[in-house]
Design a protein around this ligand. Structure first.
Ligand code: PLP
Length: 416
């Protein structure tokens, strides 16, 4: 047994890997207790957008922590939450008029599912079935796991999960997906939940905006609620504030988290159209939205989110995304030439490549070996099986991006 009592997430302690101790971070770099500078090539699980310890966000957190640290949010409010809600309704699609706070991407999904079922129950047409896209990942709480891909992540917990309708991932022109969705929508399900344009933990699988538009159109025609999970794709990852924008799609319910606070504090929101809010609006107390956690809309987290929103409103973030996208493409073009590198793909600032191995998928034996090589080379990369992806903070400079490329090249040559 190691000296630490900490049980880490998605970590097999039995492999005995060292667990680096990080003391501080700045921009795209993490600094360890033993004096190493580590490049954060995956934005610390896809959350850090503008860079670690961004001065505007740090200052907002500092000021808020000394003013109001926490407040029950059932029937009470505070200025940071109001600023975030006003900011979000101004910058997100205007049809999304309501903002419900929670604490993580998973809970934003739980809230979305409950809102969808609440909508149908309170409008007198109860519906319960949820449609999902094959290979999706929506989080690790029970509802979020239920709507995610069944497999190694959740096999032991199967008895807790509810049944869903799975729509196949697009192949070729995506007719397989659209036909299956059309057929499933005829059965009057409650909602279809989808990661727009990029399926993250499923292997950075990408599909074109036209397909998202076509899926949204099918849902609209059959009056099936569309839930877009932009927990990973939101806040610029795909080159636009939301991935949905590229498809001209406005969902009925939108989940955002991760980059909401610039990646500094845990906070999430689920945004909804007015009809969904109004289905719960009543003098009947039994129709209120029964969901909360103790820290819902924590003021310090909201202050961080308000600072992030101000950065988006006042700084040329979209220009930075375009620039990073171009540099990521150059990185991919370079890596694509390596022997053993198969498919490469990019959506905005997310770049991914597959290594050609017999045992592909999340449990590929390659992943632990790559992880070790990356860690020893002071680059934080966490392959999804035989898929290596790069998703850095938007402030990353050319030298660090080149170093990431060098390290991937070294590791690929070493393992293949
Ligand atoms: N949805 C998507 C698309 C995600 O990528 C993730 C996390 O990676 C989640 C939901 C869950 O978010 P969290 O880890 O904050 O609970």
């Amino acid at each position: 047994m190691s000296g630490s009592a900490v049980w880490h997430p998605f970590t097999q302690h039995g492999l005995g890997d060292p667990v680096p101790l990080v003391t501080h971070a700045q921009g795209a770099a993490l600094y360890t207790a033993d004096g190493r500078r580590v490049i954060d090539a995956i934005s610390s699980w896809w959350v850090t957008t503008h860079g670690h310890c961004h001065p505007r966000i740090v200052e907002a957190i500092r000021a808020q922590a000394g003013a109001l640290d926490q407040l029950i949010f059932a029937g009470w409010t505070h200025a940071p939450a109001e600023r975030v809600a006003a900011g979000l309704t101004a910058m997100m699609p205007e049809e999304l008029t309501r903002v419900f706070f929670s604490d993580s991407g998973s809970t934003s999904v739980e809230v979305a599912l409950k809102m969808a079922l609440g909508y149908w129950a309170h409008t007198g047409q109860p519906r319960g079935r949820i449609l999902v896209l094959e290979h999706s990942y929506h989080g690790d709480t029970i509802g979020a796991m239920s709507v995610g891909e069944r497999g190694v992540f959740n096999a032991p917990y199967e008895p807790l999960l509810f049944d869903v309708g799975t729509i196949p991932f697009p192949v070729g022109d995506g007719a397989n997906t659209l036909e299956a969705l059309e057929a499933a929508c005829r059965e009057a399900p409650a909602a279809f939940i989808v990661e727009p344009l990029v399926l993250g933990a499923g292997g950075m699988l990408m599909y074109p905006p036209a397909l998202l538009s076509a899926m949204a159109e099918i849902c609209r025609r059959h009056e099936v609620l569309l839930i877009t999970d932009e927990v990973m794709t939101g806040w610029g990852r795909t080159g636009t504030l939301l991935a949905c924008e590229q498809a001209g799609v406005v969902p009925d319910i939108l989940c955002i988290a991760k980059g909401l606070t610039g990646g500094s504090m845990p906070l999430a929101v689920t945004m909804a159209r007015e009809e969904i809010f109004m289905a719960h609006w009543s003098t009947d107390r039994a129709k209120m939205f029964f969901h909360s956690s103790s820290y819902t809309a924590n003021p310090i987290a909201c202050a961080a989110a308000a600072a992030n929103i101000a950065i988006w409103q006042e700084e040329p973030v979209l220009d930075r995304l375009a620039d990073l996208g171009t540099r990521q493409q150059a990185l991919l073009d370079r890596l694509a030439k390596l022997p053993g590198v198969g498919a490469t793909r990019r959506c905005g600032t997310i770049a991914a490549l597959d290594l050609e191995v017999p045992d592909g998928g999340y449990m590929s034996s390659l992943a632990p070996r790559l992880l070790t090589l990356f860690r020893e080379a002071d680059v934080l990369l966490r392959p999804l099986g035989n898929t290596i992806y790069v998703m850095p903070p938007y402030c990353i400079d050319d030298a660090d991006l080149t170093r990431i490329g060098d390290v991937i090249e070294m590791a690929v040559r070493a393992v293949l």
